[in-house]
Design a protein around this ligand. Structure first.
Ligand code: F6R
Length: 364
């Protein structure tokens, strides 16, 4: 079943162009230049607040969506991990939509949070990969991902498919709220159609990234830095690395470095910086330079423009294609997945079945 791949995780990373395309097919009408959510008769114009709840990697997809929904639809978003959300008596007013994100649809904490939101009379939407799951049954609205079965314990293709659905959702909400014009929608549709090709370009760096594994594998600690919508990607990168390589890794908002974690930096700490060129680039690069000045060894993930500007002095660089903001995090997921994968392979860990982890966490 793994075909020519050595691990399910590797196979699932490489499936992403296909499964993301498959997922987008149910959300995008390319010939009309429209984004449409499947079979939903809900007027999103009435939604005045979104609450996102999930765990682990699905939570990081939700964090990206918070940036998108607030930026594009101008609707306030509250977000929490399910295990905290359900115990803090969150205030949920009428007119709110609660959005749950889960690959398995069986995560106990997320299910319990869903039950709470239902009691609070929220409209319940769920982004789910397993259509027959409990969560899919419990939700008012199911926004399916079509990633197919995910076998590797570390989530990869489910994550990028979740992002694709969430981008469509954010755009749809933005349209309903009158914050996105028809032209902008058509433009986004054109960009979404390019996602599979862009993901292929990202995957072309596989060998490159494999050759960097020895730079990270000996480390005891690794930091991932990102700003804005790349901050959750930094956390996802760190989670992937710690799950399968057992190296301690943390994702940080780049601006937070100087408020503490920079004390950890020395020449033994690889720092992975996610910084596409754009409005946040200069700020992230100055954070990166603070790290470099303290001997930190940087791997910069950026586009050609960003690498030309800031790549000098980095231990390594990974060049991603340029992409629309609603697509860029989907693309940057690939290099962080590949890096974690190759470091784990270099360390000889059990990539598909990392110690202490279960694919679906059905206890609270
Ligand atoms: C990370 C990972 C976990 C899951 C989390 C939520 O690679 O797989 O963090 O993302 O357990 O699972 P779902 O999405 O099934 O609710």
């Amino acid at each position: 079943e793994k075909g020519n791949y050595r691990h399910y995780m590797q196979k699932e990373i490489f499936e992403q162009p296909i499964v993301v395309a498959q997922t987008l097919q149910s959300y995008v009408r390319p010939f009309e230049g429209k984004i449409a959510l499947p079979d939903i008769d809900l007027d999103l114009a009435g939604v005045n607040r979104v609450t996102i709840v999930a765990c682990g990697t699905s939570f990081y997809a939700g964090m990206v969506a918070k940036y998108w929904i607030e930026q594009f639809a101008r609707v306030p978003v509250d977000i929490d991990v399910a295990s905290e959300f359900r115990y803090r008596d969150p205030v949920m007013e009428d007119g709110g939509l609660a959005l749950f994100i889960s690959q398995s649809g069986e995560t106990a904490d997320t299910l319990a949070a869903l039950a709470y939101a239902k009691e609070q009379k929220q409209v319940i939407a769920a982004v789910i990969n397993v259509p027959t799951s409990t969560m899919a049954r419990e939700a008012d609205i199911v926004l399916p991902t079509h990633a197919g079965p995910e076998i590797g314990v570390a989530s990869t293709k489910a994550f990028t498919c979740q992002l694709a659905v969430l981008a469509a959702f954010a755009a749809n909400l933005a349209r309903a709220k009158g914050k996105m014009s028809e032209e902008e929608e058509a433009d986004l549709v054109a960009h979404l159609r390019e996602v599979p090709e862009t993901l292929n370009q990202a995957l072309d760096h596989d060998e490159d990234i494999a050759s960097m594994a020895h730079l990270v594998a000996p480390a005891r600690d690794v930091l991932y830095l990102g700003r804005g919508q790349d901050y959750p990607l930094a956390m996802e990168g760190a989670l992937k690395l710690k799950e399968i390589s057992y190296i301690h890794a943390e994702g940080y908002a780049s601006g937070e470095m100087k408020h503490g974690p920079i004390a950890l930096i020395d020449d033994k700490v690889p720092v992975i910086v996610l910084a596409p060129s754009g409005p946040l680039f200069e700020k992230t690069v100055s954070n990166m330079q603070e790290v470099a000045a303290r001997g930190g060894k940087i791997i910069l993930i950026s586009d050609a423009k960003g690498i030309a500007e800031a790549g000098e002095g980095c231990m390594a660089t990974i060049e991603m294609p340029e992409a629309h903001p609603l697509i860029q995090p989907i693309v940057y997921a690939v290099p962080v997945q590949l890096l974690a994968y190759h470091v784990a392979v270099a360390k000889g860990t059990d990539v598909d079945q990392p110690r202490n982890l279960a694919k679906s966490v059905t206890v609270e």
